[in-house]
Write a protein that binds this ligand. Structure first.
Ligand SMILES: NC(=O)c1ccc[n+]([C@@H]2O[C@H](COP(=O)([O-])OP(=O)(O)OC[C@H]3O[C@@H](n4cnc5c(N)ncnc54)[C@H](O)[C@@H]3O)[C@@H](O)[C@H]2O)c1
Length: 361
């Protein structure tokens, strides 16, 4: 038998008599067959993605619907306070919903929901500006979703998308999953608090939860967002569009970054690994690359030329730089790499991925 099972083949083998055999196989991105990892992840599964109108949520939806996706949703519910883009795929339902509204969480989870990817969030800069909004969306809505899963679909695979911004304070030279979070932003605080909920709901068997901390994701297309690390995308995106890019941090400031394509495949992988492999904390730091702003500009110069790189202007902003400087820049990602998560080879590769992407649109 081929090592690749397509969604079509899966549909034909999931008859009541051979469900067990089918459910023991899940296609991986490396086209290997992995042992079935969760009693809820099976074929014909219903999956929910929150934040599905956002940068990563909409890409995750596309990845889950793609022919190469290792998970094959029979129904994909895309939810966001802004209406998610419709897709020409009969498996997709879209819903515009404020997750912080009373009763919103319950309306998303059904008894046969197998997995929920929770990406909806108020990003760092906005959560710092508006404490109440940040707490309501980043913590209260996460708690409501966990509670809805506990009541309506116990054991559901709950992928909580967190951030390396949970770290701060005095850090060891190399950070790993055992390093205690000490957030110095309200965004990081709410994410860290939600991670604790995910771990305890999992320990009690209410959900099969996993929190993944994302590096800064770059290059983000479209308009700048309200994240304090927004410049990490602007430094490449705006000059390539012929626009000036203002850098609020000095050239030597370093960041821990990953590319959108890589992170989205890693999010899918997060749902596949056995929750117990992440230990009692149920957290994983997704792999990234350490890069200075100077080296980001150098990669842009090497690929697009001096005239493009010259559009980057250093205009340090103390408030932004102070927050960015609290984010760790060196991780030990051995747990993630052991579990088969991907990492980009270089920042040049990340810029190339973006140039290819804009070239294809
Ligand atoms: N992009 C990054 O660099 C990065 C880094 C670390 C962590 N993350 C995390 O990844 C996730 C996705 O990030 P992104 O870059 O796609 O952000 P994004 O801002 O593009 O998407 C977030 C989405 O959440 C939605 N949302 C906000 N409040 C909502 C509410 N009350 N109800 C329903 N939907 C609501 C927004 O409309 C938006 O579409 C977030 O949880 C973020 O904290 C992102």
């Amino acid at each position: 038998m081929s090592s690749i099972i397509s969604c079509d083949i899966i549909d034909t083998i999931t008859s009541p008599t051979n469900t067990v055999a089918a459910a023991s196989l899940i296609r991986t991105s490396a086209n290997n067959i992995l042992p079935f990892t969760s009693r809820r992840l099976s074929f014909n599964m219903k999956i929910v993605v929150t934040g599905a109108a956002g940068f990563l949520g909409s890409r995750l939806a596309d990845e889950l619907l793609s022919a190469s996706s290792p998970l094959c949703p029979s129904e994909l519910l895309l939810v966001d306070s802004l209406a998610p883009a419709p897709r020409a795929d009969p498996r997709v339902r879209t819903l515009a919903l404020d997750l912080s509204a009373s009763g919103a969480a319950e309306s998303l989870v059904a008894a046969d929901t197998a997995a929920l990817f929770h990406l909806a969030a108020v990003v760092s800069g906005q959560a710092e500006e508006d404490f109440d909004l940040g707490l309501r969306v980043n913590f209260d809505a996460t708690r409501a979703l966990l509670e809805a899963a506990r009541r309506r679909a116990p054991g559901l695979v709950f992928v909580f998308v967190s951030t390396c911004g949970v770290y701060g304070g005095e850090l060891p030279p190399v950070v790993d999953e055992r390093t205690a979070p000490a957030p110095e932003t309200s965004y990081g605080m709410a994410k860290a608090a939600a991670e604790l909920l995910v771990a305890d709901y999992s320990r009690r068997g209410f959900v099969d939860g996993r929190s993944v901390r994302l590096p800064t994701v770059t290059v983000r297309g479209g308009a700048p967002n309200a994240a304090v690390t927004s410049f990490a995308s602007g430094v490449v995106r705006e000059p390539l569009r012929g626009l000036r890019s203002s850098l609020p941090v000095p050239a030597e400031r370093e960041l821990w970054v990953t590319a959108p394509g890589t992170v989205v495949r890693n999010l899918v992988r997060t749902a596949q690994v056995p929750g117990a492999a992440l230990g009692g904390r149920r957290v994983l730091n997704l792999p990234g690359l350490r890069v200075s702003v100077r080296d980001m500009v150098a990669a842009l110069r090497a690929l697009a030329g001096e005239a493009v790189a010259a559009r980057v202007v250093y205009e340090p902003n103390e408030t932004i730089d102070r927050m960015v400087a609290t984010f760790p820049i060196q991780f030990d990602n051995s747990m993630a790499l052991r579990l088969g998560f991907e990492v980009n080879a270089s920042f040049t590769d990340i810029v190339k991925e973006y140039i290819n992407e804009i070239g294809n649109h």
